[in-house]
Design a protein around this ligand. Sequence first.
Ligand SMILES: NC(=O)c1ccc[n+]([C@@H]2O[C@H](COP(=O)([O-])OP(=O)(O)OC[C@H]3O[C@@H](n4cnc5c(N)ncnc54)[C@H](O)[C@@H]3O)[C@@H](O)[C@H]2O)c1
Ligand SMILES: [Zn+2]
Ligand SMILES: [Zn+2]
Length: 361
Amino acid sequence: MPQNVRGVVARSKGAPVTIETIVIPDPGPGEAVVKVQACGVCHTDLHYREGGINDEFPFLLGHEAAGVVEAIGEGVTNVSPGDFVILNWRAVCGNCRSCLRGRPWYCFSTFNATQKMTLTDGTVLSPALGIGAFAEKTLVAAGQCTKVDPAVPATTAGLLGCGVMAGIGAAINTGNVGRGDSVAVFGCGGVGDAAIAGARLAGAHTIVAVDIDDRKLAWAKEFGATHTCNSSKTDPVEYIKSVTGGNGADVCIEAIGNPAVYRQAFDARDLAGTVVLVGVPRPDMMLELPFIEVFGRGGQLKSSWYGDCLPSRDFPMLVALHQQGRLPLEKFVSETIALDAVEEAFHKMERGEVLRSVVVL
Ligand SMILES: NC(=O)c1ccc[n+]([C@@H]2O[C@H](COP(=O)([O-])OP(=O)(O)OC[C@H]3O[C@@H](n4cnc5c(N)ncnc54)[C@H](O)[C@@H]3O)[C@@H](O)[C@H]2O)c1
Ligand SMILES: [Zn+2]
Ligand SMILES: [Zn+2]
């Protein structure tokens, strides 16, 4: 029997989100229905509601979540009802050209649920990143459920489902940060601070946090920033050079999606260094770079989709590091909120008051 639950929907570009009744089908072959326990508010949800990702309104928002599997469809073997899981948006297919070349973290054909969740009038919803977890329950592909230790609260575990994983992975997987490296992170929201935490885990020696908000810079220190730069007052390129022997950082991570900041990251990088773009640009943005410098500085300009993570490999490992006291996931949770407070949480995010508001269900 399909179930009716409450969920947060973005009906049209820029319009405030509303709580709607969502119809959740029973899980079909390869699918699972998950009872959502917690879901973080990621900037990407706001990008969706602003029409910055695509025009497939209405969206069922929310994609950074943990919960308990309620029911599974035919043929599902990776999870059972009652399992505590983090939802992921990289259920790798194993068969696309990237998976077949041994690079499943780039999988070009990830699984989502085949059936659609709808409004009560039958309108088909587009779940954000194929998840849609600002809802009491959601329907996903079973591969989108990654089992982890249920001892970790859902409020913290769920953050690994998107922003925190994206940030840590941008540093560790995409940027390949290693012991003794210097790293600069531009934009210290949930994603940027996770990149800082990842750089610290990987043994970076100098970690410069760059933001335009002093409050964010203070938080960045708690995750491991050794230096901070308010780029609305101090030139970040000069500053980063000044604390890296005049050279620039080995790895510069842009966690905003702003071409002017990308240029700062490009200029603040040492010769043969790496720039990682993990912030998501708007479709209308253009980037201009001095071409001779692209060549002359060598190194790598990379983008990081979901921190190049493999959920089955990385979620349990990061949960374990958290339990050992080496990854303070709980510090990302600025507040817990109810489902009907997502719109207000967007405004708090815009005002820079939170790292993560987490909806608790
Ligand atoms: N690549 C991925 O897989 C992935 C995954 C999750 C999120 N994201 C993206 O990462 C970005 C950050 O997400 P978030 O949730 O951390 O957002 P956020 O809004 O919490 O953080 C953004 C930070 O950037 C700072 N900032 C804004 N403009 C700045 C400027 N000009 N110079 C310096 N700092 C500036 C803000 O003060 C804020 O601290 C978003 O674009 C989001 O869509 C990407
Ligand atoms: Zn694949
Ligand atoms: Zn996200």
